[in-house]
Design a protein. Structure first.
Length: 358
């Protein structure tokens, strides 16, 4: 989930893309709540919510190209990696800490007594260092047991490494060749898995590679070809278009619909978002939405486990669940905001200061 660096004062700032990233993050939170309520994605009103990750990947390719294509050669690969670690990793660590605490104190489920201290420490360290370790059955063998959404950050790191070492040097024609190969790989995954939601567990690990291979490259090419479409859809119009993809009707052709959304629709949304105009009253909303998107994404899952274990153990009535989900979303947004202002921003400022001194 890359963000547009705030230090690029001489470059245009795409507030609408920031706003759309926040919409996608909020959709992920709602989707994770509903996963515990519906036996099948086919009856889930936001049953394609996992595609928000593909939107993140595509946006990331656009943003990384926009922010670094013209300066990574001067700053060097090492400085690029430092920039990305300072931007991304503090919340990887916080998400792991919250996940461990949540597992230990969850009153509705979880059995920490079933694990030795050494085993829990190994799972925790793996989570903090983004080393995939699908070790907990009760966590559905997530790659990162204490913070499930970190799987996409693992692939984000891989994409950043490949960009710095290879992609930024490649001419557009070679990137197009890679895009075609990536599209074929993604199509293979979609056809055989019948759903484009993989990458988060040991059994579907490589599906995440196919997803970011295509979407990151597509986003990078949107920037490289300056595929920016001027329009007057605005933030609200584009947010509705994004939500339409995540809430589209289900059919036996789900895998094909999801594939087409990722192959064509999301790159088009990025192009439209980069070319749309923003009315003054929505600028603050888009900035807030973009700023909180990553903290929300990386801290929300501890609350999802509490909720899921409560639903499984207590089987509350639907009327109660509705209020719990609404309250839960509000509380998790508040927790994301607190994580941003009390932890993420101060830590990144401190690390950036130490980096300059060094």
């Amino acid at each position: 989930m890359s963000t547009i660096p705030v230090n690029l004062k001489t470059k245009q700032h795409f507030e609408i893309l920031d706003g759309l990233r926040g919409v996608a993050a909020l959709a992920v939170v709602v989707f994770h709540f509903t996963e515990f309520l519906f036996p099948s994605y086919d009856v889930n009103f936001i049953g394609h919510g996992f595609l928000a990750v593909d939107f993140f990947f595509c946006l990331s390719g656009f943003v990384i190209g926009y922010a670094y294509d013209d300066r990574i050669g001067k700053m060097g690969v090492l400085e690029f990696f430092k920039s990305r670690i300072i931007r991304l990793h503090p919340l990887v660590i916080l998400g792991s800490v919250l996940g461990l605490i949540g597992f230990l104190i969850d009153p509705f489920g979880g059995h920490p007594e079933a694990y030795s201290v050494g085993r829990l420490a190994l799972i925790f360290v793996s989570s903090m260092l983004l080393i995939p370790f699908p070790a907990m059955q009760e966590r559905y063998f997530n790659l990162f047991s204490f913070n499930a959404p970190a799987w996409s950050l693992f692939w984000e790191y891989i994409a950043n490494i490949v960009y710095a070492l290879v992609l930024y040097r490649l001419a557009r024609k070679y990137l197009v060749v890679l895009l075609v190969i990536a599209a074929a790989a993604l199509g293979f995954v979609a056809f055989h898995a019948k759903i484009l939601s993989g990458g988060w567990a040991g059994e579907n690990f490589w599906e995440g590679g196919a997803r970011i291979f295509y979407s990151f490259t597509a986003g990078l090419l949107v920037y490289r070809f300056n595929f920016i479409i001027k329009n007057k859809l605005g933030f609200i119009g584009l947010a509705l278009l994004l939500l339409a993809a995540l809430m589209m009707p289900h059919s036996k052709w789900n895998w094909l619909a999801q594939l087409l959304v990722v192959l064509f629709y999301f790159p088009l949304l990025i192009a439209l978002g980069a070319g749309a105009t923003l009315s003054g009253g929505l600028k603050k909303l888009c900035n807030f939405s973009g700023n909180i998107s990553y903290p929300l994404y990386m801290t929300h899952y501890v609350g999802i486990w509490f909720f899921g274990n409560y639903v499984i153990s207590h089987k509350p009535p639907t009327s109660q669940i509705v209020y719990i989900v609404i309250a839960g979303v509000i509380l998790l947004v508040g927790m994301g905001y607190l994580a941003m202002v009390a932890y993420d921003i101060p830590v990144r400022k401190y690390l950036s200061r130490k980096r300059k001194q060094g």
